[in-house]
Design a binder for this molecule. Structure first.
Ligand SMILES: [Zn+2]
Ligand SMILES: [Zn+2]
Length: 574
């Protein structure tokens, strides 16, 4: 099991214990444990392999949780969790995937109305049975119905890239270690770095196919084997992810990789193009249609070259115009992680982060950044202990101190200021004026109508204080849809007011999406990519922003924080 899976189980356990009204300390222990694992950059399996005792050095991991982690990485399950699952209806946990429903509400509905699933809940809400429960009303009942509809509208079976990639890496290692001289390459949406993944596709080139198949289905994390064939097998991992592995001959590696990387739309367009040129492209190679003569397929570059194109980066293969650019030799030089000099959104212990200013700055330096902006929350976000004017000024003094103390990274004074309901900012002008970087974000009233929401953000932009609009659509992948906003208008206003839009690299946000990144690129709107880190480990999430940026065709020049600090500041303070 990978870190994120164990974290998820710990948080499920906390939910179940809370539904059963068990000891609050125990519940909190599991929640804290889950949080620690989510923020851990090293693989738990590695730590256990080295010395399981080191687990106890992690914050919030005591003897009990450490033992469960060891059990999870060595056996692939946690028996305590399995046992708990037999004591409540398993579908009850699904309720908490509905926006606004936590363990307390789930317990209330379960106890009072025998609601055991999302279907039960919908039925109860439609029958008007929820509104009379304590703490509920007509409005909250309506909200729940809306949230259920939202939930159904999302593809809830998909996994975020963040949860999938560690498994892909572990699987590739496992397959490689078993055999010499084979090439193991992830393909499909994983290779295209899509924000969510349906299943994992892995290609193996070379080697003894039946031995590789035998090795694959014995992978430690296998929950069940769906199919085991001569050259293709499918398994389901303990966390529900499906993995397909195909073995192909080395001579077809390129054509197979292209074929299985997709996307479908891209492949169809390439095949049509080949046809017009008298060629046929399949996973086995490129062939002359008339004679059947094979003209390529060993490498992907060969496949593209056969149809008169330069090699297209996988992230761009969505048939959104990349083929036309490749034909003209005008593909963009996509942004890379090493281009990122600054990180302009992060939190410290002063609001809802876990580390100090100094710890964040030094960790960012280690991650390769040359400058950061510390952007704690403003006072409206009470759950995140947002700072008021006086506290903010004090905090800025602390930032000055850190700047004097440490070398090799510049720390900018910033804030993530709330954009209030009417478009006003949550701090006085006199304080905002003193900031190097002001990120303006929406954290409340997500349900406003598009017109009002657009007006709200535009008003914030027009105050002249906002440098960057943070997570501009507010979506949380698999949890909360984007709020309604007129993106054309927002982008036009950002451009004319010299305000940048953020690509928030937090793995369950990736906000802006790839499509909006491309739109910003086309419109000439400034972008920044920031991690919104709440701990030092999360500073490494910059790579997820880069994946999305590449899918949105962004180049270094489109992203302001690829520039040196002095230049960045000059642009900001027009
Ligand atoms: Zn935020
Ligand atoms: Zn934030």
């Amino acid at each position: 099991m990978e870190n994120a899976d164990i974290a998820k189980i710990f948080s499920d356990i906390a939910d179940i214990l809370e539904i059963r009204e068990e000891n609050p300390f125990r519940i909190r222990a599991y929640r804290n444990g889950a949080l620690t694992l989510e923020n851990l950059s090293e693989r738990l399996a590695k730590i256990v392999e080295r010395d399981p005792k080191q687990l106890r050095e992690l914050p919030g991991i005591g003897e009990d949780l450490a033992a469960k982690i060891v059990e999870a990485v060595t056996t692939g399950k946690i028996s305590f969790y399995e046992k708990l699952l037999t004591q409540i209806p398993r579908t009850l946990l699904d309720l908490m995937r509905i926006q606004g429903i936590g363990p307390r509400k789930a317990r209330l509905f379960y106890k009072k109305l025998k609601v055991e699933s999302i279907e039960d809940l919908e039925e109860a809400a439609k029958a008007g049975k929820l509104q009379n429960l304590p703490g509920m009303g007509k409005k909250s009942e309506r909200k729940i119905l809306q949230a259920i509809a939202d939930f159904r509208g999302r593809d809830s079976k998909r996994f975020s890239l963040f949860r999938v990639l560690p498994h892909v890496e572990a699987l590739v290692d496992y397959l490689k270690n078993g055999f010499k001289g084979i090439e193991v390459t992830p393909s499909g949406s994983v290779r295209r770095r899509k924000e969510t993944i349906g299943d994992i596709d892995i290609l193996v080139a070379g080697g003894n196919a039946s031995k590789i198949m035998g090795h694959f289905v014995q992978y430690r994390e296998v929950k069940n084997v769906l199919a085991k064939g001569e050259t293709k097998s499918s398994i389901v991992l303990n966390n529900g992810l499906q993995v397909d592995v195909r073995v192909i001959g080395k001579g077809s590696h390129g054509s197979a990789l292209h074929y299985f990387t997709g996307s479908k739309e891209h492949n169809v367009a390439i095949r049509d193009r080949a046809k017009r040129m008298g060629l046929k492209i399949s996973e086995y190679g490129v062939f002359r249609e008339k004679t059947g003569k094979r003209v390529g397929g060993k490498t992907e570059a060969e496949v593209f070259k056969a149809v008169g194109l330069s090699w297209i980066p996988p992230e761009m293969r969505e048939n959104r115009g990349e083929i036309e650019l490749a034909e003209k030799g005008e593909l963009p030089k996509l942004i890379e992680l090493s281009d990122m000099q600054g990180d302009l959104h992060m939190h410290t212990q002063a609001s809802d982060g876990s580390h100090s200013i100094e710890e964040m700055a030094l960790a960012a330096k280690k991650a390769g950044r040359k400058y950061v902006a510390i952007t704690d929350h403003s006072k409206a976000v009470t759950v995140a202990h947002g700072l008021d004017e006086k506290q903010m000024l004090q905090h800025m003094k602390e930032i000055d101190k850190v700047n004097e103390k440490i070398d090799g990274i510049e720390v900018l004074k910033g804030v993530e200021v709330d954009i209030l309901k009417e478009g006003l900012l949550d701090l006085e002008d006199a304080v905002l004026e003193k900031m190097d970087v002001v990120v303006g974000s929406i954290h409340s009233h997500f349900g406003m109508e598009e017109k009002a929401m657009t007006k709200r953000i535009l008003q914030a932009i027009e105050t002249g204080f906002v440098d960057i609009v943070g997570h501009p659509t507010g979506r949380l992948l698999g949890e909360r849809s984007a709020y309604a906003v007129d993106m054309e208008k927002l982008m036009d206003a950002a451009r004319s007011n010299h305000v940048a839009l953020e690509l928030n690299a937090y793995p369950n946000r990736l906000d802006l999406s790839d499509i909006y990144c491309k739109m910003a690129r086309d419109k000439g709107v400034w972008l920044v990519i920031s991690t919104d880190s709440h701990s030092t480990a999360q500073l490494e999430n910059m790579i997820y922003g880069i994946y999305t940026a590449r899918r949105g065709w962004l180049e270094k020049e489109h992203v302001l924080n690829t520039r040196p600090c002095a230049e960045f500041k000059k642009i900001l303070h027009r």
